[in-house]
Write a protein that binds this ligand. Structure first.
Ligand code: ADP
Ligand code: MG
Ligand code: MG
Length: 868
């Protein structure tokens, strides 16, 4: 088996075998860039070694030695050479870049004799001993596991004794002393003498890099990033070049474009007279790369040329490491550079403009989450690490926020009036809290799941939100929030991250989202590729306008219940529910109908002719009634009813399982006049809206249908009502009647339902609840455990459960289209806008997804990627 590849035999396509670093060094060698010669030991060798299928000494070292003698011939230097010693760097590099996860050893080959030879050869004793002390430290740390602080403490002590601040001010004598002490430390910790045989050094170094694949931090990193554990790392062995050879030498790192803005400018840092990780170690403050243009103009020119070449060659922004040895430039590494979401969009856009990428390729490089990031404030990079972490909940709505704790709307008003930012902290939220939610920078609840009131409303508002954060105990009466470590009160500052679910003590610096001109251009490319449309769930003119601005192609879910919660409507709704005779009920419905016309007209205006799905009333009636003793008294007085009567009615309406109770279309079976009133309001508002603003398609959706008989009856009544209305008004309107698919039985009998349904829309919140039998309002209490113990791959209210819920959806699509091949089918549940789930909807053949306005941009990206 071939375990060793000289750079001249590798290429960038060989990342799996050579690791990213080795493959790219090979590629750059082929491209004629100035790369110090070297070779790569394969990832296969690593895995075989780790699995004890390969013996280092017998199966690998001969090939390695052969490569070493090639290097010796090439350079005229010799490993362990008494006159001109060959020095090597031993570097790790896996298929996927795992920055800082494994370690590098520089200046290998030095010992007490070769260091003198190097000093003589270069006539620079200081330099030789600087290399040697670095080597002992790196080797001691990486190969023998000696705590790096053992060395560094002494190093700092030495600088203090010499009264200097900069490493390079140490003299040769100082460095000799350091080397001596380092060897003593080495001996003290390992009980062995620092190895003097370069071959032994090399063998053990290779072994150490192999073993570093099983580092704890590497393991954690792979888990976090979903990188398999059986890939192994390559080992690159390469000639050393020296950035620590005085004032014409140095080392640096750069990005070919600005990594946070994405602008086309070289961005980086370098250090004169330094080696290896000095730049990133933060010991000395590096200089900005622009300064290099002035200091070493020729070298800078060459560097700029090479890195632009690399960028064109890799067709992506590069992160490049380089070293200058006595005025001669070497490139030591290139890889695709990490970047912020903002930079990712800018760069993707610009590379298309520069004809380096097609729009399709550019889109493939973006993730839907990046679109989210661009719309919401985020913590300034790493700033949260300076704050005390308090707890973790479910990341319900993205963004980051800092503010003072308030426990209710009243306090939210008080604090914001004083110009403070607030975070609303509650056990859970209800419609009463919406005003406070509107005023808050962020929302934190200790209860509730991904489809809880707080989560849904926050996503609609684009406000950052964490729900189900069980590690904090919220007491709304005493106004305290208790964590494992402390008690927090109103006015205390906390910070929350809606992308991760983490809660921090105190203020964390956030930066707000800025508009980005290229954003819409890129999403426009996405729209052209996508085959599913993205619509929005919206119920107010403001949300509708926002959704259209974000590029929604219509509205997949316009809920109507909020209309009944305005003060006046709520009163009439209660009249209607509590009516003791038909006359009373009719009167109440008349007022409600009139008010609904007003609301619908506003919505039609805001939708600007875009297609529109109105869902008829869904929640159980008791949600509209007062609950506490005091409220009952008040309402009874307001409505002129006896409190006892009201309490009695309330008792009648009370249900043990309201979510499985008298709601959705079941209301329309027992109170047909409710939907008729809504339909009348829809017809009237259409009639009073100018032709230009009438929606291209108006669809009316009937919720919670479980059987064809229900749907057929309701539809028949609505159509009869419409026909009657049209005859009376001498007008015709096209309304399509369809059903929400949200009960498992609806999926199973979808072929029947399709006989009476012009379209389907999956309501995945209820469908998931009923398929799993998980109450969506209580599931947060144990879902974390389930995921942790791997009983579930994820929260099914967060990402669709393809295996169960998804299978029912597939059945509904198939059966529905058996009856009507052209049946339009969409999804409007919370997972509808989940980028991770969208690929699955593509496989189902859905026509659109509908989600809250702020999720529209990421969904547009996701539907395009799903279609590619
Ligand atoms: P990492 O994966 O942590 O970036 P590298 O293998 O890139 O580790 O090594 C870290 C640093 O060591 C490089 O940025 C470079 O400055 C230095 N280095 C690596 N190889 C050489 C070499 N052949 N000559 C000089 N310096 C080197
Ligand atoms: Mg490193
Ligand atoms: Mg590197």
């Amino acid at each position: 088996m071939k375990y060793v590849y000289p750079f001249s035999e590798g290429s960038k396509e060989m990342k799996a075998l050579l690791g990213g670093k080795g493959a790219n060094l090979s590629e750059m060698t082929r491209e004629g860039l100035p790369i110090p010669e070297g070779f790569v030991i394969t990832t296969e060798a690593c895995m075989n070694y780790l699995n004890k299928k390969m013996d280092l000494k017998n199966d690998l070292m001969n090939d390695v030695l052969e490569q070493i003698s090639q290097l010796e011939q090439l350079t005229g230097k010799e490993l362990n050479g008494q006159r001109n010693p060959l020095l090597l760097s031993v570097r790790s590099g896996a298929q996927y870049s795992m920055p800082g996860m494994m370690d590098t050893i520089l200046n290998l080959g030095l010992n007490d004799v070769t260091v003198e030879a190097l000093a003589t050869e270069t006539q620079d004793e200081r330099f030789a001993y600087d290399c040697y002390r670095r080597f002992i430290q790196m080797y001691g740390n990486v190969v023998m596991g000696i705590d790096i602080n053992r060395f560094e403490q002494y190093f700092e002590h030495m600088k203090e004794t010499c009264e200097i601040t900069e490493d390079h001010q140490l003299t040769a004598t100082d460095l000799k002393q350091i080397v001596k002490v380092y060897q003593e430390i080495y001996q003290e910790v390992t009980q062995t003498i620092f190895p003097q045989d370069p071959l032994e050094q090399l063998t053990l170094a290779i072994e150490a890099v192999f073993n570093s694949w099983h580092n704890h931090r590497a393991y954690i990193y792979r888990n976090r990033h979903g990188i398999p554990h059986d890939l192994g790392t390559g080992v690159t062995v390469q000639l050393m070049v020296f950035g620590n050879k005085g004032e014409t030498s140095g080392t640096g790192v750069l990005f070919t474009r600005h990594p946070s803005e994405g602008t086309d400018e070289i961005f980086g840092e370098y250090l004169v007279n330094a080696q290896g990780e000095d730049v990133v170690a933060g010991i000395r403050t590096p200089q900005p790369i622009e300064q290099m243009a002035a200091q070493w103009p020729d070298v800078y020119q060459e560097l700029a040329q090479h890195v632009k070449h690399l960028e064109r060659h890799y067709r992506d922004m590069q992160d490049v490491e380089f070293t200058v040895e006595e005025g001669k430039l070497y490139i030591l590494q290139t890889r695709n550079g990490k970047r912020t979401a903002r930079a990712a969009f800018q760069i993707a856009h610009d590379l298309v403009e520069e004809n380096l990428l097609t729009p399709r390729e550019a889109l493939a490089r973006l993730t839907p989450n990046m679109a989210d990031e661009l719309l919401h404030p985020v913590f300034v990079e790493n700033s949260e690490t300076q704050s005390k972490w308090l707890a973790k909940g479910l990341p319900a709505s993205p963004g980051a926020a800092t503010g003072r704790i308030v426990f209710n709307t009243v306090a939210a008003k008080e604090w914001t009036e004083r110009g403070e930012s607030v975070i609303l902290v509650r056990q859970e939220t209800s419609p009463e809290d919406v005003e406070g939610m509107l005023l808050s920078q962020g929302i934190l609840t200790s209860r509730g799941g991904m489809t809880s009131h707080a989560a849904v409303v926050a996503r609609g508002l684009g406000t950052c939100c964490i729900v189900g954060c069980q590690e904090v105990i919220v007491n709304e009466t005493t106004k305290t929030m208790t964590t494992a470590s402390a008690v927090f009160r109103e006015g205390d500052e906390i910070s929350i991250d809606g992308n991760t679910g983490n809660v921090y003590q105190g203020a964390v610096e956030t930066e707000s989202a800025e508009e980005m001109p290229v954003f819409e251009t890129i999403l426009g490319w996405a729209d052209e590729i996508a085959t599913m449309k993205v619509k929005a769930n919206a119920e107010t003119p403001k949300e509708m306008a926002l959704a259209l601005k974000f590029g929604a192609q219509g509205f997949g879910l316009v809920r109507t219940e909020h209309m009944f919660f305005s003060e006046d409507n709520l009163k009439w709704m209660r009249h209607m529910i509590l009516a003791e005779n038909v006359a009373e009920r009719t009167e109440a419905l008349k007022v409600l109908g009139k008010n609904q016309v007003h609301d619908f007209k506003q919505l039609l205006d805001s939708a600007q002719g875009a297609p529109f799905v109105i869902r008829l009333l869904d929640p159980p009636l008791h949600e509209f009634l007062p609950h506490t003793e005091q409220e009952i008294q008040q309402v009874a007085q307001q409505l002129g009813k006896a409190p006892d009567n009201l309490a009695q009615k309330l008792n009648d309406l009370k249900e043990v399982n309201p979510m499985l109770g008298h709601r959705g279309c079941r209301l329309a079976i027992t109170y047909p006049e409710i939907y008729e009133m809504q339909l009348e309001a829809i017809l009237t508002s259409l009639s009073e809206t100018t032709q230009a603003l009438r929606p291209a398609v108006l669809e009316v959706m009937i919720p919670l249908v479980g059987s064809h008989a229900e749907l057929a009856l309701i539809r028949q009544r609505l159509e009869a009502y419409q026909a009657n209305w049209e005859a009376q008004h001498q007008e015709r309107h096209t309304i399509r009647y369809g059903t929400m698919i949200e009960i498992p039985r609806a999926c199973i009998t979808a072929d029947k339902l399709a006989e009476s349904s012009d379209f389907f829309s999956f309501g995945t919140n209820d469908l998931t609840q009923m398929t799993y039998g998980f109450s969506r309002d209580d599931v947060y209490k144990f879902i974390g455990e389930y995921v942790e113990q791997r009983l579930l791959p994820h929260d099914p209210f967060q990402h669709v459960d393809t295996e169960g819920v998804g299978e029912l959806m597939r059945m509904a699509v198939e059966k529905g289209r058996q009856t009507n091949p052209d049946l339009p089918i969409g999804i409007c549940g919370e997972v509808g806008g989940d980028p991770q789930s969208i690929e699955f909807y593509q496989t189902l053949g859905l026509n659109y997804v509908s989600c809250s306005p702020y999720r529209v941009p990421s969904a547009r990206l996701a539907v395009a990627q799903a279609a590619m």
